[in-house]
Design a protein around this ligand. Structure first.
Ligand SMILES: *Cc1c(COP(=O)(O)O)cnc(C)c1O
Length: 394
């Protein structure tokens, strides 16, 4: 063997006795076969075999298997983002002439996908009141193929009655997909309640460090898994083993992170109800939150994201108060170690239940900072808003 050949042939080393707790990062495009016959027969390896890096390596399979176990499903499909987890379900099961029902509080890019991508291609969508429960039956027509749920909902936090929606959908042979990003499989397991698809933005609590983008869909029916894998293959979509490796690291501490931030978020939500600057606190653990009884029945624990509806202030007052924050960062995409605040524009995203409060909705995501540092920061924000000149005049 000459040097140039040596440069591209890695020597085999002894791996005997090597046992690490870390999951190795297997990167690959090419998969090599032991002979020409195996190569010719590669398609018979199926979606659980290894044929091409795009379709999976042992690293991606490890994360898939871990999520499958947590959700109590049969297989998990990984995609490059949480948004892709939602769209891949829709693209896999909806055909022209079909219809999907989405809740009014759905993650806004999902509504845009329905309006701007599905609709022009002959796939209709309807929007329903997230608190509809069994009443969804009245909206299911012969074209309806999928009911989408997201619980609690983006921004306004309504908790949905997933079992009631599933029951009504099953009675009509309609599939149910659930965006479970807030709860994670540690707080809610949609498949155990009869949903067909459990979607997670792994970007959030599984990743846990604001440095990766990844999504997953777990199913309990192999046929649905095949459909999604076929769609991904057609689009040429796969995920990076490096992202999966980060998710595999993040998932190890997710339980402890969630237990802590869930407790802090409940504590802060209760304290915030006493602030004169606050109109309402939208947190599933508070009885005033729409769907609280369902949360108590089906979840009983909290994650770190909730919303506060402020009493009306001017944009300048809000901007000044937010810019003075020292510990909370301003930004979207929560679930990391840093606490975030993001002002949300809800009004334009509601078509079924018009959003009437005049004050800004602040979405708060609790991170891992010291509780007193966080509270002092939040308190200073609220005090600044209470002391606005208009309030003094009144
Ligand atoms: C963030 C989020 C998504 C999208 O996740 P990305 O990985 O950012 O695409 C989808 N659904 C919900 C509920 C989310 O919070």
């Amino acid at each position: 063997m000459h040097d140039l050949t040596r440069c591209v042939h890695h020597p085999a080393v002894n791996e005997e006795g090597y046992a690490s707790l870390a999951v190795p990062t297997h990167r690959a495009s090419t998969i090599v076969y032991k002979d020409a016959a195996s190569f010719a027969a590669r398609k018979y390896r199926g979606f659980d075999g290894y044929t091409y890096g795009l379709h999976g390596t042992p690293t991606t399979r490890t994360l898939e298997a871990q999520l499958t176990a947590l959700h109590g499903g049969v297989r998990t499909v990984l995609v490059p983002s949480g948004q892709a987890a939602v769209t891949i379900v829709m693209l896999s099961v909806l055909l022209p002439g079909d219809k999907v029902l989405i809740p009014d509080h759905v993650y806004p890019p999902v509504r845009s996908f329905c309006e701007e991508y599905l609709k022009p291609r002959g796939i209709d969508y309807g929007v329903y009141d997230p608190l509809i429960g069994a009443g969804i039956a009245a909206l299911i027509d012969d074209a309806t193929r999928l009911v989408w749920v997201e619980s609690p909902g983006s921004g306004t936090m309504e908790v949905q009655d997933v079992p009631a929606i599933v029951k009504a959908a099953k009675a009509r042979g309609v599939l149910v997909g659930c965006d479970n990003t807030w709860a994670t499989p540690l707080i809610f397991k949609p498949l155990a309640h009869g949903a067909d698809f459990a979607c997670e933005a792994l970007t959030k609590y599984v990743g846990g460090h604001s440095d990766l983008l990844l999504g997953s869909v777990t199913v309990s029916d192999m046929a649905l898994r095949e459909k999604m894998k076929e769609t991904l293959r057609a689009f040429g979509v796969g995920v990076s083993p490096d992202e999966c490796q980060l998710a595999l690291r993040g998932i190890e501490t997710m339980g402890l992170r969630l237990a802590h931030i869930g407790e802090v978020s409940e504590d802060f939500a209760r304290r915030l109800t006493h602030s004169p600057a606050v109109e309402t606190v939208l947190h599933p653990a508070l009885p005033s939150c729409p769907g609280h009884a369902v949360w108590k029945r089906d979840m009983g624990r909290s994650a770190g994201v909730f919303s506060v509806v402020l009493k009306p202030v001017t944009d300048a007052e809000l901007e000044a108060a937010l810019s003075a924050l020292k510990i909370f960062a301003i930004g979207a995409s929560w679930g990391g170690t840093r606490s975030l605040i993001a002002p949300m524009a809800i009004k334009g995203d509601r078509t079924v239940n018009p959003w009437t409060p005049e004050g800004t909705v602040l979405r708060i995501s609790i991170g891992l900072e010291d509780r007193d540092d966080l509270w002092n920061d939040l308190d200073a924000l609220l005090v600044a808003l209470e002391r606005r000149p208009a309030a003094r005049v009144a």
